[in-house]
Design a protein around this ligand. Structure first.
Ligand code: PHE
Length: 465
């Protein structure tokens, strides 16, 4: 293949400025509530170390190749999710796959923003001390009840969670309005190092607690008897969600990658660091839970972060400071992910409807005030409003995460594996032949054959659930 000098397109597309910015923004999208909040709870419910092993396998075998496929599609298309398909398969219906991605990302932000809002409120309450009022000096059982009660009455009330959800939307608008380099890239460059610093502090603290090793054993020792098809499907689902695969986020961000970005290195770095965050969270949560003699079987997603951890902080010396640091960590993680999810539809409107950055941001973000409000209220006044037996929040979560996400991911791998113009995938992965990638044939094989089959397995397992 002849070498061609790679240029950065017609200059109409915004690009990330530095290599570090590319990694920080992509990693910012990946590391979010999925790795920090969902992962430890999933691990606990699916057999501890066994789940971790399957998750690691999924990231390696499926996560990295699918990430490569999606970023190749985005950089070759140099447009939004819909536009990239249109450019690479003109006159076909493939653009619908991009459209489904825009829809999925939009539905995901609408409920993700609500949980992100809760973290903002918990951070605020840690700063003012309101979170810990009334919990001092109580016996352990009562403390747990206190925090349970606090969480339930908070998310079940109407106004307070609405305010924090709206504040989160406004924060997103603030960053997104400033554009790709000055908004997304700069925010990620500041927030991601901060996130790792905080995680490291927590890790050191947790690992030096008395009895920490018991928690580590729980987290790392695989209980193979608990591995079932369901557990494997959950690990696959977690891989897709935590690496932000399949719904156009990576197409959108990769359209901002400079032409000399090494896609393989980016995909492996981002996947590796995201997995590291998840593993570090496990190394924080389990030792802490064991050290403070809390009931490990009680851990569930929401409870873990909004009940169990405050319970721990209330018994820890300097607990309030740790509480502030933790909710800052969670907020930063959630913010960089909501930004990436929002960017999918913003670039879509900007490109397809020829809107300015500012108007595209407002057009797409303002309806969220209504949609996220509905999700937020579904824990309160709208709790009885059910769609297929689920609250609005749970319906959107299930529908977008378990259904549309795998379908979009399936489209990405089938398109890149079989229908993308010949040679495009190889050209993107090797930067026109200037990067030697011996792994390309393996990756291509996975994208064509293995990934579609495994994604179908996830889909069917959610049908059978
Ligand atoms: N990866 C993010 C997380 O783990 C969530 C996300 C999913 C973001 C899909 C973008 C796209 O929280």
């Amino acid at each position: 293949m002849g070498k061609r000098k790679r240029t950065d397109g017609g200059g109409s597309t915004a690009l990330f400025k530095t290599k570090a910015g590319v990694i920080a923004a992509t990693l910012g999208s990946a590391v979010g509530l999925g790795s920090i909040w969902r992962f430890p709870a999933e691990a606990q419910q699916n057999g501890g170390g066994a789940f971790l092993l399957i998750y690691l396998g999924c990231v390696l075998i499926l996560g990295i190749p699918v990430m490569l496929a999606e970023t190749s599609l985005g950089r070759a298309g140099r447009a939004d999710a819909v536009g990239s398909y249109m450019k690479l398969a003109p006159g076909s219906h493939w653009w619908l796959a991009g459209g489904l991605g825009v829809l999925a990302s939009y539905l995901i932000i609408s409920f993700y923003m609500v949980v992100a809002g809760w973290t903002l409120q918990y951070l605020w309450d840690s700063i003012t001390g309101a979170l810990y009022a009334g919990a001092d000096g109580e016996p352990a059982r009562l403390i747990e009840q206190t925090f349970h009660h606090k969480m339930e009455s908070y998310i079940g009330s109407d106004i307070a969670p609405l305010i924090s959800t709206f504040a989160m939307i406004v924060l997103n608008i603030g960053v997104l309005m400033m554009g790709v380099q000055k908004g997304i890239e700069r925010a990620s460059n500041i927030m991601m190092p901060l996130l790792f610093l905080l995680l490291m502090l927590f890790c050191i603290y947790a690992l030096t607690l008395p009895g920490a090793s018991e928690g580590l054993v729980y987290f790392f020792r695989p209980d193979f008897s608990r591995i079932t098809w369901g557990v494997a499907a959950n690990a696959l689902g977690q891989t897709f969600f935590s690496l932000s695969l399949g719904i156009g986020v990576l197409i959108t961000y990769a359209s901002y990658y400079p032409s000399d970005t090494n896609l393989t290195r980016t995909a492996t770095t981002v996947s590796g660091l995201t997995t590291l965050v998840a593993v570090m969270m496990g190394m924080i949560i389990f030792p802490t839970v064991f050290s403070f003699n809390l009931d490990i079987d009680q851990l569930r997603g929401t409870t873990l972060v909004f009940v169990t951890l405050p319970e721990v902080f209330s018994q820890m010396p300097g607990g309030r400071v740790w509480s502030i640091l933790f909710f800052t960590l969670l907020l930063v993680a959630a913010l960089t992910s909501t930004i990436s999810l929002s960017e999918v539809s913003i670039l879509f409107v900007q490109k397809r409807f020829k809107r300015s950055r500012l108007s595209a941001t407002l057009i797409m973000m303002c309806p969220l005030f209504l949609l996220s409000a509905l999700c937020s209220l579904s824990f309160g006044s709208l709790a009885d409003l059910k769609i297929f037996g689920l609250t609005i929040f749970n319906f959107l979560d299930t529908f977008a995460t378990n259904w549309i996400l795998p379908i979009c991911a399936l489209c990405v791998v089938i398109f890149v594996g079989w229908f993308i113009p010949k040679g495009t995938f190889r050209r993107e992965v090797t930067n026109d032949g200037s990067v030697a990638t011996r792994l390309y044939p393996v990756v291509n094989f996975i994208v064509r054959w293995i990934a579609p089959v495994l994604i179908l397995v996830i889909l069917f397992s959610s049908i059978l659930k």
